[in-house]
Write a protein that binds this ligand. Structure first.
Ligand code: TXA
Ligand code: MG
Length: 336
């Protein structure tokens, strides 16, 4: 199959919607990352998503809706707090897990009694959902385990020939996936850090329960148990101050090494640098991270280093993705 590249023209967005309605797979740009979209109510189309991505069947998908007014069609027992979050942050990078309505097929939710829903921001995604008239099931449009795609080119690298089309909407503006909150129990619970900072969510619904770090073997979102975002190069994450980190990395540098760093730290390192945004604007670090992980592979290095960024706001998600991509973490302050 030849994967067609569609533009943002109205005719092409209509075509994308028609393809999805007819059971095809179309990668669509969202504000977070590109999603691999199919009609979320069509079990045959959804089955093709798992095949194309090489995704384990026990990892449920997010249903992308046109707005909060569609929640009752696909979810039940929706708590007031969920309506408040939707009013505050949709369209935007927030996914909520709610009790599932029986109209949603088992394959979309991997048999769970809950369903993840989100209303993406960004004109292309919203227009396609509206034209299609069906909720769109869409995981990130990468081969499972690879960094999520933030450009149409990344989608083609992974899925060319396996899907009917990709809508080229340019670079994703957020760059990391949505934040996922479980709203099925009495207290909202964080399942995945992402594009919407936890602080913003807590400002609306109060305390959000955090996952228990001590139980990594029991992941809360089924998808979080798999190794993610990994470049082919072995990524080693460094905890510690910039000077110590640079000293450590430079002492281990050779031709097969690269460093992933923000632009302000480019001058600190001896090995090849791959820049992923600026410390002074953390949003740019989120926006550039996945493209930078893919760039490491294009450089053909076999080992890469990155210093853990700070925390708070969007940096929590950046840090989380780096940790998930890394082979291991070294604390250079602890090494004497
Ligand atoms: O920003 C995003 O969320 C992107 C764009 C395309 O919308 N999508 C995305 O989908 O990141 P995916 O499939 O790569 O990640 C969805 C995560 C997985 O970890 C999955 O296990 C979890 O959501 N998930 C889906 N349904 C769930 C459910 N009912 N309960 C718990 N976790 C769920
Ligand atoms: Mg994904």
């Amino acid at each position: 199959m030849k994967t067609e590249i569609l533009s943002l023209s109205d005719a092409d967005l209509r075509k994308a919607a028609e393809l999805i309605k007819s059971g095809a797979l179309v990668a669509i740009p969202t504000e977070t990352v590109y999603g691999l979209g199919a009609n979320g109510l069509d079990p045959g189309a959804v089955a093709r998503i798992y095949d194309a991505k090489g995704r384990p069947q026990d990892n449920p998908l997010i249903l992308h809706l046109g707005g909060a007014d569609e929640l009752e069609l696909y979810c039940r027992e929706i708590p007031t707090a969920a309506m408040e979050l939707a009013a505050a942050f949709w369209p935007g990078p927030l996914t909520m897990v709610l009790k599932r309505h029986c109209i949603v097929p088992d394959i979309t939710t991997a048999g769970l009694d809950s369903v993840a829903v989100r209303c993406p921001a960004g004109n292309a995604a919203r227009t396609i959902i509206r034209y299609a008239g069906v909720p769109i099931a869409a995981p990130s449009a990468n081969i499972s385990g690879r960094p999520s795609p933030t450009k149409a080119r990344h989608v083609l690298e992974d899925l060319s020939g396996k899907i009917e089309a990709v809508v080229d909407g340019g670079d994703c503006t957020v760059g990391v996936e949505s934040t996922i909150i479980d709203m099925t129990s009495s207290l909202p619970r964080l399942l995945r850090l992402g594009g919407l900072p936890l602080e913003s969510i807590e400002a609306v619904v109060g305390h959000v329960e955090l996952p228990e770090e001590s139980e990594p073997e029991r992941p809360l979102a089924p998808g979080m148990k798999y190794r993610h975002y990994a470049p082919n190069a072995r990524l080693i994450l460094i905890e510690g101050g910039a000077d110590r980190a640079a000293e450590f990395i430079n002492s281990r540098s050779d031709k097969g090494t690269a460093v992933l760093c923000p632009v302000e730290e480019e001058g600190f390192y001896a090995p090849k640098r791959v820049v992923y945004g600026a410390l002074k604007d953390p949003q740019t670090m989120a926006r550039g991270l996945f493209a930078a992980l893919r760039e490491l592979d294009e450089l053909g290095v076999n080992e890469a280093y990155a210093r853990c960024p700070g925390s708070g706001g969007i940096l929590d998600a950046v840090r989380n993705r780096l940790i998930k991509a890394a082979a291991y973490v070294i604390d250079v302050e602890a090494e004497e």
